[in-house]
Design a protein around this ligand. Structure first.
Ligand code: GCO
Ligand code: MN
Ligand code: MN
Length: 411
């Protein structure tokens, strides 16, 4: 093949994307509670070893493009849109007003806001730093984000305390730092209660997000389970307002079964929000788009969430690869991520209705009989029935690849 001139590259990508088929319409995509982060679409491809490969994108473009694709909700960090120095000033009011107008003009709703407490040098010792002034500043920032959320109509606030921890042991006293972090959360919840009262709006759902390995070397709240312990520890003044925003990859990173981590959150009624993406076990936070690495696991995750009636947001928290262009972020990356999610969600519905899985599951629950006082009779009675475990797994694979509808290969 001859080199493809740049002027023809977008039409080539578009033609091949069309040839893939299976795209949903924007109206169909809007039926799902999918939320698009400002930072995901604006991610320029930079990392510790990587220079940016894309140019900056503002909220106007991101919101317009999400609307065009059919992503009905937008999420943001405070500093994704407001420079740190402008936080709490008249400039913030102007920016927030402009965001409100852009959202309205495009029919997109702001669902979640989050405070950046990891990037700026002020967070060198975390938002729960020893210096009381830094903690006072952190409390102001969290309360400010809550008020922005109310102004933009959001229902969720996310907290990712990735800088709560250390690189080098010794200086940090863990219980003290966690108490200081709880003080910040308490200030945020109280600002929420006051603003909700003043505006007649409901209070928001405050969602903790865990990540096991980054950016600190040792993290004080590394997993969703650790955060559940924190929520129920007695340190929070409003534990009913605080729940979880698990991220699929963050649970996988430490070696967990994400589905089991989500089940524990459901069990505690704390699954408020869910960051969706994909990646690998025991690696860094690669933030690959949903379904590209573990589609079978994703199918199972969605069966669990559908079975429990989870109706919170699915936040597309991934990083479009560095090889994708600015144009490709919206033309290919977000459209295909959304379409894979919808496909997996609908597939999960099929798995729940599948006659083979249903009969096998019911048979397993009926059991094979036997005498509870006689261990060998129990083993003998269930012996053949338990083969159904493997049959169910095979059936799920068939559903994933379409073989349950008779798709076969000639050999
Ligand atoms: C990550 C985190 C972030 C958070 C965000 C919300 O992968 O680094 O998941 O993307 O979701 O900071 O506060
Ligand atoms: Mn996340
Ligand atoms: Mn991540």
């Amino acid at each position: 093949m001859a080199p493809i001139p740049v002027s023809q590259q977008q039409s080539l990508v578009e033609r091949l994307l069309g040839a893939c088929g299976g795209a949903y319409t924007p109206a169909q995509r809007r039926k799902y509670f999918l939320t698009g982060p400002q930072w995901a679409a604006a991610y320029e491809g930079n990392a510790l070893f990587h220079a940016p490969t894309r140019t900056p994108v503002g909220f106007e473009t991101v919101i317009e493009q999400y609307a065009r694709i059919g992503i009905g909700h937008w999420t943001t960090h405070d500093t994704d849109v407001i420079p740190t120095d402008a936080i709490g000033t008249a400039r913030q009011d102007e920016i927030v007003a402009a965001i409100g107008k852009t959202l309205q003009a495009n029919g997109v709703a702001c669902s979640m806001v989050t405070t950046e407490t990891f990037h700026h040098p002020v967070w060198a010792a975390s938002p729960a730093a020893e210096a009381p002034e830094v903690r006072a500043y952190a409390a102001t920032r969290l309360a400010n984000t809550v008020r922005i959320g109310h102004e933009l109509g959001a229902s969720y606030v996310v907290y990712w305390p990735g800088s709560l921890g250390y690189q080098i042991q010794g200086a940090i006293e863990e219980t003290q730092t966690l108490q200081w972090f709880a003080d910040g959360m308490n200030a945020a919840c109280e600002a929420d209660i006051a603003t909700a009262k003043a505006t007649g709006r409901p209070t928001m759902k405050h969602c903790l997000e865990a990540k096991p390995f980054e950016p600190q070397a040792e993290i004080l709240l590394p997993t969703s389970d650790a955060m559940l312990a924190f929520i129920f520890s007695g340190l929070l003044k409003h534990p009913d307002m605080v729940g979880l925003n698990p991220e699929y990859l963050h649970e996988l990173m430490w070696g967990a079964a994400p589905r089991a981590a989500l089940a524990r959150a459901l069990m505690c009624k704390k699954l408020f929000h869910f960051d969706i993406n994909d990646g690998y076990r025991l690696k860094h936070d690669v933030d690959i788009a949903v379904g590209l690495v573990n589609p079978l696991d994703w199918l199972n995750v969605l069966v669990l969430l559908r079975s429990h009636g989870y109706n919170g947001p699915f936040n597309l928290d991934y990083k479009p690869p560095r090889t994708t262009s600015n144009w490709g972020v919206f033309a290919v990356s977000f459209t295909t991520a959304v379409d894979r999610f919808i496909t997996l969600w609908e597939m999960a519905g099929e798995a729940m209705e599948d006659a083979v899985i249903r009969e096998a599951t019911n048979a397993l629950k009926a059991g094979g009989g036997g005498d509870p006082r006689d261990v060998s009779s129990l083993v003998a009675a269930n012996k053949e029935l338990l083969t159904l475990h493997e049959l169910i797994a095979h059936r799920l694979f068939q559903i994933l690849v379409g073989a349950h509808r008779g798709r076969t290969y000639s050999v």
